[in-house]
Design a protein around this ligand. Structure first.
Ligand SMILES: [Zn+2]
Length: 417
């Protein structure tokens, strides 16, 4: 193995991390008062998660010893935190502040934190709680919605210039479907919002921009945003049909989940609307072949699909890991600080891709045609990020799978200095 891989070993959250040390001390300090412990524990767990920039806090009872194991998801990776005593009291307190039924411990519940007596950190716009019964008692996941102030417009996403200008070109179109693809947690929504802000900024007052989302994650001034509400019958299908009568120019559909939604989305894209949506698919080629599998007619797909972006988030290597120094406060000893996006992008209307679509080719064949037509793949993007010292090979393998180590990719990895 090369020298570089030696420093890529995943570091656990450093025990000397001041934030976690403080959390441990706070938990210990309040242990002598059973009455106030749960309140203080929940407050300090949430505060610590916010300070660490965690997207999720997990509290899991792993045995019947009354302890919760805490974990924090930071930049996409779960990191261990301290064990928390009085499990049932702590979960119960969490349920109180998020409006859940404390006496129901046998069913999953979802709520949002309304008030916990202290201010939310400035980046956190909302906190949601989900509980789930397990063999050893209830577990809870607390999700933090972090406002993406730093990724406001397309240029801020930090994608390569060719991808950025491809996106900008697509946004200038007046009809067609632009899809943002990737697995859960790959930053699709952040990208979608950047595109919407861009559209609103460049077409102020000229284009009627409407959205149907589940849920609305950030407000954008000047855009009519709506939220799916299953209880009252406002489904994607119903909402989209009604939206079409609102004279829209641009429609953002939160996600294409089923055939019915896909049908309306493609119809809208074919009838003079610019439609943006997200789609759960690993790559551009997989997105195209999965849409065919969802019974979207190949000729509809070929005519309507105007741009497909597939993206991933990679953790950015911290100076301390790069320079093999001691764990530093910048990354809380994790070796990575923040994330950046990489993407593959295709405008599928070239002759060769059209043919693959009409032939109902599988993802592998579509991918080969896309690469031939000049698309730079996610793996290639990831490897050049490694070359530029922005991230590590192990991080690429974590996100994209061991395929990054395949022999086909070997020549693009430069030797270590
Ligand atoms: Zn560091």
């Amino acid at each position: 193995m090369s020298e570089r891989t030696e420093i890529e070993v995943e570091r656990p959250l450093a025990t000397e991390s001041p934030l976690l040390a403080e959390l441990g001390k706070t938990l210990e300090k309040h242990l002598n008062s059973r009455e106030t412990f749960a309140v203080e524990a929940v407050n300090s767990l949430i505060e610590t998660a916010e300070k660490l920039g965690a997207s999720d806090l997990h509290l899991v009872p792993e045995s019947r010893d009354g302890m919760l194991v805490s974990r924090f998801r930071i930049n996409g990776v779960l990191q261990p935190g301290p064990r928390v005593p009085l499990a049932a009291n702590v979960i119960s307190r969490l349920k109180v502040i998020s409006g859940l039924l404390t006496y129901r411990t046998d069913v999953p519940q979802e709520g949002r934190v309304k008030s916990r007596g202290t201010q939310l950190q400035k980046d956190v716009s909302e906190i949601r709680v989900s509980t789930f019964p397990t063999l050893h008692g209830e577990k809870a996941v607390v999700r933090f919605f972090i406002g993406s102030e730093e990724f406001r417009f397309v240029r801020d996403l930090g994608l390569s210039d060719d991808v950025t200008s491809g996106i900008e070109q697509s946004l200038g179109e007046t009809s067609g479907l632009f899809l943002i693809c990737g697995p859960a947690g790959s930053g699709k929504t952040t990208t979608a919002y950047a595109l919407l802000r861009e559209l609103q900024n460049t077409a102020y007052g000229i284009r009627n921009i409407c959205t149907l989302e589940d849920p609305v994650e950030a407000e954008i001034a000047g855009i009519s945003q709506s939220q799916v509400k299953i209880d009252s019958g406002l489904t994607y299908q119903l909402g989209l049909r009604s939206l079409m009568r609102q004279d829209p120019d641009v429609i953002f559909v939160g996600e294409i989940r089923d055939r019915e939604t896909a049908e309306i989305v493609f119809q809208a894209a074919l009838t003079g609307h610019l439609v943006l949506s997200t789609f759960h698919a690993a790559s551009v080629a997989e997105a195209i072949s999965r849409l065919t599998d969802m019974d979207v007619e190949p000729y509809v797909l070929r005519s309507a699909l105007m741009g497909v972006l597939a993206q991933r988030l990679l953790r950015r290597i911290c100076q301390c890991m790069q320079n093999r120094q001691e764990a530093c406060p910048e990354c809380n000893g994790l070796g990575y600080s923040g994330r950046f996006a990489i993407a593959e992008f295709l405008r599928p209307q070239s002759a060769s891709i059209s043919r693959e679509i009409l032939d109902r080719s599988d993802a592998r064949e579509i991918n080969a045609a896309a690469l031939k037509s000049g698309m730079i793949s996610l793996v290639q993007r990831a490897l050049s990020a490694v070359e530029q010292g922005e991230t590590t090979l192990s991080e690429c393998a974590r996100v994209l799978g061991p395929c990054v180590f395949s022999n086909d990719n070997a020549p693009t990895i430069s030797p270590d200095p």
